[in-house]
Design a protein around this ligand. Structure first.
Ligand code: THU
Length: 161
């Protein structure tokens, strides 16, 4: 028997002023995009905005449905748009923000499990990691240099070859 330890490293910033201009801009866009969420059931509005390797900006917000499982997270709405508008183009960075049910939004939230799987496969397809910038409307900001780090031992398309 041997034990394997996986390391997970991320950056924590105290304010937008510490970010690069590009990340700060993307995060502010993600904050704005929360307004386009369709979240009449959870009232939890999520906005995600990507800067793609070709310079294009693609946005997504969560889109719910009265049949609850039909609803889509902001991250997967974004990935579906990016993949269909610009197939094979890597995403450099996705900023994700939210407006909480009770109006609170003072800490970063990370993508859900299904979105981690979707992000993982996107990275695999384009062979490039996706950076994540996570933050609420205020408070600390987390930067993760590769979404796959959020899903160790991920199930991969390689198993189906
Ligand atoms: N949601 C996202 O859009 N992204 C996440 O990573 C977590 C959750 C959405 C799904 C649902 O519309 C609402 O937030 C509450 O779960």
């Amino acid at each position: 028997m041997k034990k394997i330890q996986e390391k997970f490293e991320y950056e924590v910033y105290d304010s937008v002023n510490e970010l690069t201009e590009s990340d700060a801009w993307l995060l502010n866009e993600a904050r704005d995009v929360t307004q386009s969420a369709y979240a009449p059931y959870s009232h939890f509005q999520v906005g995600a905005v990507a800067k793609m390797a070709n310079g294009q900006i693609v946005a997504g917000s969560n889109q719910e449905n009265a049949s609850f499982p039909v609803g889509l997270c902001a991250e997967r709405v974004l990935l579906a748009s990016a993949g269909s508008l610009y197939p094979k183009v890597p995403i450099e960075t996705i900023a994700i923000s939210y407006q909480g049910n009770n109006g609170g939004s003072d800490h970063p939230v990370a993508p859900c499990g299904i979105c981690r799987q979707a992000l993982h496969e996107f990275e695999e397809r384009v062979k490039q990691p996706v950076r994540l910038v996570l933050a609420g409307m205020e408070g600390k900001i987390i930067v993760i240099n590769g979404a796959h780090q959020l899903l160790p031992l991920a199930f991969s398309s390689k198993e189906l070859r």
